[in-house]
Design a protein. Sequence first.
Length: 191
Amino acid sequence: MITYLIIIGISSALIAGINIIFNPSNIVFYWYIIATIAYVILNILLDGALAAIIRKMPEKWFDHNKKLFVLTKREKKFYEFIGIRKWKHLVPDLGQFTNFQKGKIEQPRSNEYLTRYLLEGAYGIAIHYFSVPLGFLLMIPLGGTSIWLTIGLPVAIINAILILLPAFTLKYNLAKLRILYERNERRNATM
């Protein structure tokens, strides 16, 4: 989580700083700072609101075997190309909001536990994927200024990147969990 907070802080400072230096909207400098903070907070609130709405949807919509949640060979190659194994531990797990941490597999031999993990992962993937376009909806022209473009767009892009990384991690890990689940099923069938 600290890594994400640092990225958000540095990128926000850069966005505000570049706008202050170039003053594209020809306004007082502190409005760029206020607008940057406002866009960041609005993105976070919108992401949280969407997560709350999706969590209220029926579990049957989030079957981990649905196409949206299944890792394709092409996706796996892409994730490995971008080095997912090296950075996935830096992606925050916000499982505390659902009382289910996904940072570590606590009960690898329990398929009941793995079923819940797969469900939570599917919810997480959906939340993250649907949050990306919502961040771009905040790019509404404000008072005839270009702030929506010079601040709103960079904030939405950074939000999209930070939102997609957990989805990539979840999707990558769910493929391994399915294998573990099937192995448990075979082991239980022979007992």
